[in-house]
Ligand binder design. Sequence first.
Ligand SMILES: [Zn+2]
Length: 225
Amino acid sequence: MRATVASLRTPLKFVIWAPVVPDFETFTSRCAVLALANTLPFRTSPTTFLLSPIHPPSLDVLISKRLLVHFLELVDDVAIVAWEHVFALLRGLPRHAAMCVLKSWLNGWCTSRRFHEVRAFSCFLGCPAPDTFAPYHACPRLWNVVAARTHGQRSANTIERLGLVLGARQREALANLALAYTLYHELKIGNLQMSADAIRVRSFAALAHHLKAVAYAHAPRLGCR
Ligand SMILES: [Zn+2]
């Protein structure tokens, strides 16, 4: 079921997959599941489980929870994010860039771990890290390419790369996150063989050259300056 999150701006509405008020069949199905609550360990209380479709969490709460799944060390930083300001900046980005950012916060990268692919890849840019969302935010080759397009400006840490640190460069950080999202999927969707070849011969110059060309081509429509 779909719910439209219209908290950002009309007509800019972000559609996310989330439960809404259940119909009777769904409700009875949930009651049947709750009947097992005495024997199965639940991650939430039965009351929370039952009421969650009626009162879905707000977008900032949802994003915070998803982020902490991957970046538990950022719990203090995420707790003080000025979400209204972040959403205001997001509204100023091109719509496609805003979606890339939202999908990044909500673990929307098409990583092999997320899709439970048979072959579990490592970082497509050659790091000894799994192909999961979190390590890419510390991937030097990925962010070197982003920095090449953004005139050497670099975020100091993960929370800055996620665009969640208040400051003069926050809007740019959000656009850069959208660019990182685009670069990753350029490899994952379109050039997996190029990545495999670079990793096999341990030479990443051609790969970096290609990604820089992609970055320069996509940066304007993502709102990068
Ligand atoms: Zn890497």
